[in-house]
Design a protein around this ligand. Sequence first.
Ligand code: ZN
Length: 279
Amino acid sequence: MLYIDMPELPEVETIKSQIEEITPFTILSEEYSSVVSSILKDKNKHFEVTGHTVSKMGRKGKLLYFELDDDMYILSHLGMSGSWRISKTKVIEKHTHVQFEVKGKKGNKFFIAYVDPRRFGNMYFVYEEEAKKHFNELGVDIGSPEFTTDYIYDVLKKHSSKVLKPFLLDQKYFAGCGNYIASEICARAGIRPTRKCGKVTRSEADKIREATESVLKGSIENNGMTFSGGYSDTRGEKGEGVQNLVVFYQDVCGLCRTTKVKKITLAQRGTYYCPTCQK
Ligand SMILES: [Zn+2]
């Protein structure tokens, strides 16, 4: 199976919203797979979450988090193939590494489980102070109101010699942006992915902001993006965001509907663009 559809902001946001619908809930028991240590790296040190209540869900960039009482947090990076499931019955899916039996607000019991076939995801059970360190490592979330034209223009100017598309993947500046989003942003903003950041004008920075908004909206409204079956939401369902793509994994550009999309490799990542629409 190909994992080109690794979770980016819209996929993590989808999972966050779905778990959020059932908050608050209290963890009744916790269970781990025998290989969980490759995901939950500090398993021997981590605290038990049984008996604690998850009051809120959050997301910064691609980092999903659970807020518990007593300043506890569960941080979850989904890596390449991680997802969470919500189920009325115990999750018996292969590659289930963490499973909580929980009690919801109406006293109903269900299961919340972390599933990750390739185990590139990681998880941390930490107190608030440590959680904040993780949040601070991430830059402005590309879906937040702080992602303004001024911000984009300033960051690009400060890194003028960098190449635009690979730079958009830097989580210190563009938290939540991943490979398909970066290609799509460049396409909708009309800028070649190979452009030097310093050559992006202010009005193009504004187009990047608009393009980001439209890419995220199209994807989130369709519960994220599934290309080859790698990503699924908490119900195990695929996202339908693929229909909104204009260049990523497309043959013909979805904007001009005439030019054949070009595929190149930039910083080891597959990159797609339209030679007509992007300058
Ligand atoms: Zn085009």
